[in-house]
Ligand binder design. Structure first.
Ligand code: ZN
Length: 413
């Protein structure tokens, strides 16, 4: 298989394919991740101080798992946090003051004593989706305008291993003119981002926005026109497909966006770059992997836990009150103290729901590992069988499963 993207600190090696799906090895700053893979969204800084792992309610408990803290009974959960996603937009979610903000961004996350034990990859999003509605960060006694330079400054201070340009996501209600205006702004930022980050010790991803071929093709035209005759494949280490969160329940749109993005990437010589899908997790993941996506991030594992929903697999969740914990052999459900907490025998809600979030995350990791192995088995049958046995059994998704099998995996035989 060919060596794909290669810069000093970043490489992406394709190791196996099954139709449009691919399995590979993404190496950044000496840390290697098997793809496809999932980056759980995490607030490293959730309003608190080091005494509370910097707080964040359920985020705090998830961080305690990440670090194998005594608060959750210790243990080793590193393998579920090989890559994590955090956003500069989340830094002020908990109404902090200026002093605390400055402390949060005063040193790289992984160099801070509290997080020294963490050695996964951190993807730091620019937070464009949030700055769409306000121009910056609002703390309790301060505001910061966020432009491309400031966004990069914060990403760098946090020590992001993967960073993206500040973007202007589109919304389903945007007119054609709105979308072109946003594409121009995102393209301008991409040029400044490329200039600011030319010697950055990490991976630089370009955000792209569109729901289908013509939108994405036009978007890339805007970007390429800003870069003139410079080949953008030499400037970026990955593509991050955004603006899909408002469409998260529309599988047809998600699949089209990923299939068409891979097609546009191929036509523009960008197929050697990993394709990250921003903000999409759970039940969409198997079909999007089959359609050619490489990495994902989402808060769904947390959101489901907050709604007291426990994952049986990526597509099925059951109410926490109905769970038979003996049916799961994951490290959380195999620890009596944590099962006791999930059954409600503890004072704080975060201690009930934190272990549920961890279990939900483990289900993500296990299923994606299975999908990866199916891609590596050779041919498309193992992957087709997986889809048929899982998402293909569910009525609302069956039609989309057949479409992915026919269009991305060469069809049924
Ligand atoms: Zn479990």
């Amino acid at each position: 298989m060919p060596q794909l993207k290669q810069t000093e600190s970043v490489s992406f090696q394709e190791e196996a394919t099954a139709g449009d799906a691919r399995a590979g090895l993404l190496t950044i700053n000496g840390i290697a991740l098997d793809t496809p893979t999932f980056f759980p969204v995490l607030s490293f800084y959730g309003g608190g101080t080091d005494a509370s792992v910097f707080g964040g309610g359920i985020h705090r408990t998830v961080k305690e798992f990440m670090l194998g803290d005594e608060a959750i009974g210790g243990g080793t959960y590193d393998q579920y946090f090989q890559g994590t996603m955090t956003s500069i937009a989340a830094l002020t979610d908990y109404g902090i003051n200026r002093e605390r903000f400055e402390d949060y961004v005063s040193e790289p996350i992984k160099e801070r004593d509290t997080f020294l034990a963490y050695d996964g990859l951190i993807f730091v999003d620019s937070g464009g989706y949030k700055f769409l509605h306000s121009d910056g960060l609002d703390g309790s006694d301060f505001e910061i305008d966020i432009d491309q330079r400031e966004a990069f400054r914060i990403q760098k201070q946090l020590g992001g291993d993967i960073i993206v340009n500040l973007d202007r996501p589109i919304t389903p209600s945007d007119t054609f003119e709105d979308r072109q205006k946003k594409a121009k702004l995102t393209a301008e930022n991409a040029v400044e981002f490329a200039r600011l980050t030319y010697d950055y010790p990490g991976a630089r991803y370009l955000t792209v926005h569109g729901y289908n071929y013509s939108m994405l093709d036009r978007f890339f035209d805007h970007v390429q026109s800003r870069f003139g005759n410079i080949d953008i494949a030499t400037l970026f280490d990955g593509i991050a497909l955004g603006s899909l969160v408002p469409k998260k329940d529309n599988k047809e749109t998600l699949i089209t966006a990923v299939m068409d993005c891979r097609e546009v990437m191929a036509e523009r010589g960008l197929n050697d770059l990993p394709l990250h899908v921003l903000g999409i997790g759970s039940g969409s993941i198997p079909l999007l992997i089959a359609a050619g996506a490489d990495t994902f991030d989402a808060t769904t594992y947390l959101q489901n836990a907050i709604n007291k929903k426990y994952a049986v697999n990526l597509t099925e969740h059951i109410p926490l009150d109905d769970v038979d914990f003996t049916q799961c052999d994951c490290p959380v459900c195999s620890t009596p103290m944590l099962v006791d907490r999930m059954q409600g025998n503890t004072e704080y809600q975060k201690d009930v729901l934190g272990p549920v979030a961890m279990h939900n995350l483990i289900v993500h990791t296990q299923e994606i590992t299975e999908l990866r192995q199916r891609i590596r088995q050779g041919g498309t049958d193992p992957l087709i069988n997986y889809l048929d046995e899982t998402v293909g059994r569910r009525d609302p998704i069956r039609k989309q499963t057949h479409r992915v099998v026919n269009q991305s995996l060469g069809g049924y035989f």
